[in-house]
Structure formats: structure tokens, C-alpha cells
Design a protein around this ligand. Sequence first.
Ligand code: SAH
Length: 391
Amino acid sequence: MQEEKRNFSNKLICPVSAKCGGCQLQNYSYEKQLEEKQSKINMLLDKYCKVENIIGMENPYYYRNKVHAVFDTDKKGNVISGVYEAGSHRVVSIDSCLIEDQRADSIIVTIRGMLKSFKIRTYNEDTGVGLLRHVLIRTGYKSGEIMVVLVIASHIFPSKNNFIKALLKVHTEITTIVMNVNNRKTSMVLGEKEQVLYGKGFIEDTLCGKVFRISPKSFYQVNAVQTEVLYGKAIELAELNKNETVIDAYCGIGTIGIIASDHVKKVIGVELNRDAVKDAVINAKRNNIRNIYFYNQDAGEFMNQITAEKQSADVVFLDPPRSGSTEQFLDSMISINPKKVVYISCNPETLERDLAYIVKRGYEAKKAIPVDMFPGTEHVECVVLMSRVEK
Ligand code: SAH
């Protein structure tokens, strides 16, 4: 582990922040970071509704439960691991990061140190030679479970059993190890094929009292502490009741829908990623939930379909990726005519674009609550309640 460095106001400083570029606000005090995020959200959203004060973290460090390191070899032949330098494919070497889970960082450093003695070469993007491309680690906040995904460029991983034995000897806290084969020339981290080398092949974690299984390829919010805050606010804003049918669009492993399911009659979840939907179905069973149904489909197409079938929904939660939703989705959603829409967004710009579209079509925004899911970075999450304007 690198030694922690602090500035005069006792703030931790990152030695590679300029090169890495991941934490654009790392040099600000946490209060100042929150102010910046608040004013960004106010500027974009206060023309629509009241914006509440951003909810920050008590301890804004080491929160990322998903840690990804790219492996490479420098000019002197030393193995390095870290992140791509902002806007390039040069690897910035990192031992420890101020926002990543420290257990994960330490496992990555151990793996780096093991490669030489196991004669494992790092993958070279230009020549296609070498084996180890990336290491991805996911940690359960409440469960403490740790999954290590070794992304390699070939199906053949020489002396893998000994490698795993040696890794587990140093890190007894690891609960599962998965080998992922990515033999394509791509900037995508994970390939299609997976083989579980140790443990169950996924981790579990608890959020808002429900247990969730998370596979290597499924989306899971990176900050568990703030996710509970965010989901809690989303459910509170929706003021759900037992007669209602709810749609959880872009549902990932089913988190929001499963948490909402106790409060309503029925939940329908839709998600494009096949592995995430598989996890969602298992998660519903795992939590003994019988009033939830998941569909593996594009959310826009799914909404179109249920509009055509004249199905109804009282509340729609939508939590799209950074690119936001689509007009196809929003048009169908509006024609289903839900009383309430709860929009959860990790990108205020696309949120604003989509809100502008929805408020022109019979809805009004009632309240926006920003939640700081990504301290240190410029990113900000926000949940907005909209309701149908009754004529
Ligand atoms: N609500 C979940 C996931 C939010 S992330 C949670 O809080 O954990 C956004 C999700 O949208 C991802 O799981 C992604 O796979 C999914 N997604 C992306 N494009 C989609 C589309 N066109 N249709 C349905 N789901 C999509």
C-alpha cells in the first residue's frame, strides 16, 4: 500500500490524480465538492422543481465496491497495473486509490507481484501477445464477500491451480475467483466466456434488507452506502400502496423492484443484459418475492409492447444508463399514463433532456434529490419525482 498523504487541511491527497483523471474534484474539500454538484443540479433542474440539498457521505473515501485494473508491462520490463491515462491507452500505475475498496487494491498489488514467478505475461494490446489483460474485483459491503475476475486473452491459463492456491494463501478473504476469456481486440473489459475457478462464481450483498446476487457481468451500483440512501429516497418519493402495479425499467439485477415489491401489488422489471436478468430472477426467489416478473428486453421495445397490449402501471421507476432514456421509451411510458414517474439518473444532462420531454407531455416534476454516489469525481446521481397533471 502507498503511504497516505494529507494536505494542510488534513485532506487525503492522491499522488496520481492528474494523470488518472478519474477524480476531477479530488483537490477540493468534500464540502466544496458537494457545493459544486449542488449548483450543477440546481442550474439544470430548478426550472422544473424544487431541488433538495445533496446528500453527501460521512466518509467519502474507499467506497467503490467494483475495482478494475488494467495490466501492462513498462519499457523496463516491469509489470504495472492501474488505469488508462485520461484520453489515452497508456497505463498509469496505481497501488492504491482514494475511492476504491482497499481490500481490492491490495489483492491487485499481490497479483501483480505474482506474475513474474508464474511466468505470466501481461497482454499487449498492439501485438496481441501475452495473457493477463485485466483484473476486476467486486466486494460486498455488508457480506464482506470478494470476487476476483481474472480477464485473460486465451482459454489456456498455465498453472492456474497453483496460481489460485498462492493467491488464496495471501488473501483468505477472497470468496470466489472467476476466469473470464477475452480474446478479442476490444476496449471492452470482459469477454463472453467464463469459468469459475474457486467458490460460487458470484458475490452476494444486502441492500435495504434484501439479499442480492451479483455476477461478474451484471451492473451493480458502485457505492453501497449511498445506494441505500438513493433507493430509500426513490421508494419514499413514490409513496407506494398495495393496489399499485410498478414498472422497474433498466432494472439491472432487480434491486429497485425487489425493494419496492413489499409495498405494492405487482412489479414488472425490464433489463437488456441477460446475466443481470438471470440474477434478478434468482434474487426474487432468494428473497421469497412472488409478485415480481422480469423481462430480458430493450426497455423501449418492452414499453411499446405493453402499450400495444393496453397493460397499465401506476408507477414507473426508470434508471437508465448515462445516455439516458429514449423517445420510444418515454412516448410509450406516457401513453401508459402512470400516476407517478420516479427517474433515477447518473447523468444530469440526459436527465434534464428527458425531463424536458416528459413535462411537455402531461407531467410535472415535483422534487429532485441529488445523492453523492461518486465522491471525488464530478459525477452526480439524482432522483426526480414526476406526477401526472390531472385535468
Ligand atoms: N436499476 C439498476 C440498474 C441501473 S444501471 C440498479 O440500480 O442497480 C442501468 C441498467 O440499464 C444496466 O443494468 C444496463 O444493462 C441496462 N440497460 C442499458 N440499456 C438498456 C436498454 N436499452 N433496455 C433495457 N436495459 C438497458
